[in-house]
Design a protein around this ligand. Structure first.
Ligand code: NDP
Length: 333
């Protein structure tokens, strides 16, 4: 059983030696325990924040502990009455490992969506979809005719969020790195416009694309990109602070916007966590399911093979070198 263990707290991008892949025997099962073979590991920007010794929404991963991560797996052995061999499950506290021994109370069954691959459960119908869907419908309460700007728009959450907002009738502008990602947003996902932050001035592009200002911001990045949006937010604009990925590897904090705009423009700025929406997954599935079936909402997964490459794979999230929700295939379905 291979496990990635946190050895030291990374400074900046994860380096060799920060985590170590170790081999450990699989322990024998006790009553009510289940042995889960990992099929897929979800890699998420927040994984990097869990490696820091700072106050977060979860405790930091301890030095010497298996790296925490959301996984989906199959039951290989069971001493539980609730789960049998072959069941597809997701542990509540998964880790970067081939196998996990989990008490039945820490395990949830996975309901395969008809016609969709299992990877949908870790992407568009999983945490990614929940974040995007409720960020737009519940946090931002996007309405028809409003102009919404999304950063990291070609990423897993951003790309779904933009399409949900289009379904609500908003005008959607995405900010993403590179011409190809921007083309995907406008030509395939139906975004109204896209800004390539790697090749154009974001502020100037927003002035051109949103001459009447910005009503809504779904923020995934922070730093200079967020400031460019912030400085164009209209009176009574609403902002959903979903993520600040530009700071996750930073050794010095990126610049912040000028908070006086909150007062002068009566801004409504809200942070949110997907965890608070987990109990409302059914609502999302009911509305998103038909959109997926009709092709109104499109999604992509980027699957890297092999647990041994998980660290290299995670770093992709910070260079943008991935195309869709980033997953690692740990073993075959
Ligand atoms: P993505 O698939 O969006 O991958 C991250 C993307 O961020 C990269 O592809 C890259 O896109 C962009 N990026 C990375 N570094 C920078 C940078 N310095 N400046 C600008 N863009 C950058 O990941 P997710 O969809 O999983 O996550 C997106 C955001 O949502 C993250 O901030 C994450 O923390 C947050 N999140 C929050 C949740 C919550 O509960 N609040 C739940 C899930 C995610 P590009 O090529 O365009 O640069």
């Amino acid at each position: 059983n291979r496990q990635w263990v946190l050895r030291q707290r990374p400074k900046g991008l994860i380096q060799d030696g920060d985590l170590e892949l170790v081999e450990t025997p699989v322990p024998d099962l006790k009553d009510q325990e289940v042995l889960v073979r990992t099929l897929y590991l979800s890699l998420d920007p927040t994984n990097r924040t869990w490696m820091n010794d700072s106050e977060g929404y979860l405790p930091p991963v301890g030095l010497g502990d298996v790296m925490r991560g959301l996984t989906l797996g199959v039951v290989e052995q069971s001493r539980s009455d609730r789960f049998k061999t072959g069941d597809v499950v997701t542990p509540l506290s998964g880790g970067w490992a081939d196998y996990a021994v989990v008490h039945e109370q820490g395990l949830r069954p996975v309901h395969r969506a008809p016609g969709l691959p299992l990877t949908a459960n870790l992407s568009v119908l999983g945490m990614t979809g929940l974040t995007a869907y409720f960020g737009v419908t519940d946090v931002l309460k996007a309405k028809a005719g409003e102009t919404l700007v999304i950063s990291a728009a070609a990423g897993a959450v951003g790309s779904i969020a933009g399409q949900v907002a289009k379904q609500r009738g908003a005008r959607v502008i995405g900010i993403a790195g590179g011409a190809e990602k921007c083309r995907w947003l406008t030509d395939e996902l139906g975004f109204d416009a896209a800004v390539d932050y790697k090749n154009e001035d974001v502020g100037a592009a927003l002035d051109r694309l949103a001459p009447d200002g910005i009503d809504l911001n779904f923020e995934n990045v922070g730093g200079d990109i967020m400031i460019a949006v912030w400085n164009r937010l209209n009176v009574h604009a609403r902002m959903a602070v979903c993520g600040l990925i530009s700071s996750y590897n930073a050794t010095r904090m990126p610049p912040s916007p000028n908070f006086s705009r909150i007062i002068t423009h009566r801004l409504d700025v809200k942070g949110f966590l997907v965890l608070d929406y987990a109990h409302r997954a059914r609502e999302m599935v009911e509305e998103m399911g038909p959109w997926l079936a009709d092709g109104k909402v499109k999604w992509k997964v980027h699957v890297d093979d092999g647990l041994e490459g998980a660290v290299t794979s995670l770093n992709r999230l910070f260079t943008g070198d991935h195309d869709g929700k980033l997953l690692v295939r740990v073993s075959e379905e």
